[in-house]
Design a protein around this ligand. Structure first.
Ligand code: PMT
Length: 397
């Protein structure tokens, strides 16, 4: 189930080309089980018709402060009373300027002033407008007033120029909103993680790797961000988008992963090893592609560093979480890892359950015993793992 299921979101659409992306955002919110009420400015209506938002949200769209659908004409107050958040996407330079100065000259700006729920804005404008000191001043003032600012992104703009100012993609805004509305038990905590497989080259085109997709680690990174943590993710080669709010460091080999982890671990309160790290690597990497003709090549292997063990044995080690992927005897192997590597928590899973797919079934092992979680999507499993970890941190590990 999505974190936004059952939430009520008021979506403000102001007048920018990115208004068409707001339609996709509504679709994502509805699919996640949220209730959406759309409020459009006069200029917003010039870009996308209210009918589009009405069809997607299943609710009437609000465009006028003077609307006799409310008997007492108090829609500017009532609309946000049941809302969990008011999100403006796209938010033009003009609406940001109005909000920063407390102007209320149409329904959307009046709603903002009269709201009793959090406000998020996703700016969208030309790069010169975004870079203008007046806009920057307005955004700073809004931030100081507690408004959450999502994006903007950099890239090609509708006007043909390239630069910062285009609205974040709907899925990023959705993720930012979902994260914003979650409780933040890990606020102020820094989490360093590994995820995905490693790749140990044999020659320029071949290497040793495994079938880890990175999905479990990426879902966990997302859940940590939603719980308020600052997350650094050292990732092996995967084809997954970086979760919203995660700082990603790409590596290929176990040695590179080890180096990146050691470089950042000093700042971490929690370390989580989700990566399926190759235990061995070829001693010699051929400079040229190994040819089929000739003698059968022999690949000599040497041991890779154990990243998790090295982190756990640091003098000021962070709270250490390991994963154990086994094909049998999960209980004894996972407990063995908990003790041998002196970890605070081990997440055990069977490779046939967890590797590659979208679901997983895990058992959590800690000093108090074992705690099975039900089979669920990796996103849900990740939320369960973070919940357990929060409890352990609260009780001092
Ligand atoms: O990526 P997915 O397709 O979503 O699959 C998820 C997963 C099955 C890969 C994940 O849930 C998982 O179990 N990850 C750990 C896999 C693994 O390598 O387990 P292990 O038992 O070999 O290693 C134990 C622990 O030591 C792990 O935390 C691992 O990251 C760490 N390790 C292992 C070897 C090494 N050289 N350095 C390490 O840090």
């Amino acid at each position: 189930m999505s974190e936004l299921a059952g939430k009520t979101i008021v979506l403000g659409v102001s007048g920018g080309v990115a208004a068409y992306k707001a339609a996709e955002l509504v679709r994502l919110l509805i699919k996640a089980g949220a209730r959406v009420h759309v409020v459009m400015t006069e200029n917003g209506v010039r870009f996308v018709t209210p009918t589009t938002f009405q069809a997607l949200s299943g609710n009437s769209v609000w465009t006028e402060a003077w609307d006799d659908r409310r008997a007492n004409n108090m829609s500017h107050i009532e609309l946000t009373r049941a809302a969990d958040a008011l999100l403006i996407a796209p938010a033009t330079a003009n609406i940001l300027a109005k909000l920063a100065n407390g102007l209320a000259d149409d329904l959307l700006s009046t709603l903002v002033l009269a709201r009793d729920c959090p406000l998020l804005v996703a700016p969208a404008m030309n790069k010169q407008m975004w870079g203008n000191p007046a806009t920057q001043r307005n955004v700073e003032r809004l931030r100081a007033d507690g408004v959450a600012v999502i994006g903007p992104a950099a890239g090609e703009q509708a006007c043909g120029e390239v630069g910062e100012g285009r609205m974040s993609e709907p899925v990023e805004i959705f993720e930012a909103l979902a994260a914003f509305l979650q409780p933040k038990p890990l606020a102020g905590r820094r989490v360093l993680m590994t995820a995905g497989p490693t790749y140990e080259p044999i020659d320029p085109v071949r290497g040793i790797t495994n079938i880890s997709s990175g999905k479990m680690g990426y879902a966990l990174a997302r859940a940590f961000v939603q719980a308020g943590a600052r997350v650094q993710l050292v990732s092996g080669p995967v084809s997954l988008p970086t979760p919203y709010g995660v700082e990603r460091i790409d590596v290929q080999t176990a040695a590179q992963m080890h180096q990146a982890v050691m470089q950042h671990v000093g700042e971490a309160d929690v370390f989580v090893g989700v990566a399926a790290v190759a235990d061995y690597r070829p001693v010699d990497v051929a400079a040229d592609k190994i040819k089929k003709a000739g003698e059968l090549p022999a690949i000599r292997l040497e041991r890779n560093p154990d990243i998790l063990a090295d982190v756990a044995s640091l003098p000021a080690a962070p709270f250490c979480v390991g994963f154990a992927a086994e094909s049998r005897d999960l209980d004894s192997y996972a407990r063995g890892k908990l003790e041998a590597k002196r970890l605070q928590l081990v997440v055990g899973n069977l490779v046939q359950d967890g590797m590659g797919g979208d679901t997983n079934q895990v058992v959590l092992y800690d000093a108090w015993g074992s705690h099975p979680l039900p089979r669920a999507s990796k996103r849900e499993v990740a939320v369960g793992i973070v919940g357990h970890l929060v409890q352990l941190l609260a009780t001092g590990g």
